[in-house]
Design a protein around this ligand. Structure first.
Ligand code: PRP
Length: 180
């Protein structure tokens, strides 16, 4: 299929993202102030930029691990299957875990990952998402911390791709097709 021409308009600037992450970092430092067993788990691939900036706001002893999940629709959105493509390197039993998502859309990914990690008996599990699109939700789930609530726009940048491109943009943009 030929690529449709598009431009990217800024939705959230790099400066706004940095300011919000500073606030979120404060909240998370408070939540995990008393622990020396925190593991921050990034969901690949979209969260790689967010987790890099977020952990640098945490003046805490923290370990970092990654998990990759992929969801497959079969035409019926509500029967979405989430598969683990890459599991954590380490065990999380008895540990404090913070799951880091770039965006919560339908909620299937976060719901599945949360359920899976809870079955491994962490001492505490919390979730954070940079972006939340509540209007798209199909599973009743919300991250414990959210950077920005956004409308149902086609977003890219700051880790989020469009056909695997644009993850390296330092801001969150929205795609606007110019042939429409
Ligand atoms: C995207 C995003 C979230 C998930 C959110 O990942 O990074 O993980 O979808 O969607 P949901 O709430 O509807 O489940 P994607 O599968 O595109 O992989 P990527 O992170 O590697 O880009």
């Amino acid at each position: 299929m030929p690529e449709r021409p598009y431009v990217i308009d800024t939705l959230i600037s790099a400066k706004s993202i940095a300011a919000r992450i500073e606030e979120l970092g404060r909240d998370i430092r408070t939540e995990f102030a008393d622990t020396d067993k925190l593991i921050v788990v990034g969901l690949l691939r979209g969260s790689f930029v967010f987790i890099a900036d977020l952990v640098r706001e945490l003046d805490l002893p923290v370990e970092v691990d990654f998990l990759e999940a992929s969801s497959y629709g079969d035409g019926m959105e509500t029967s979405r299957e989430v598969r683990i493509l890459k599991d954590l390197r380490g065990a999380i039993e008895g540990r404090d875990v913070l799951v880091v998502e770039d965006i919560v859309d339908t909620g299937f990914t976060l719901a599945h990952v949360t359920r899976l990690l809870l079955s491994r008996k962490p001492a505490k599990l919390r979730t954070i998402a940079l972006l939340d699109k509540p209007s798209r939700r199909e599973v009743d789930i919300r991250a414990d911390w959210i950077g920005f609530e956004i409308p149902d726009e086609f977003v890219v940048g700051y880790g989020i791709d469009f056909a695997q491109r644009n993850r390296n943009l330092p801001f969150i943009g929205k795609v606007r097709f110019t042939d429409a």
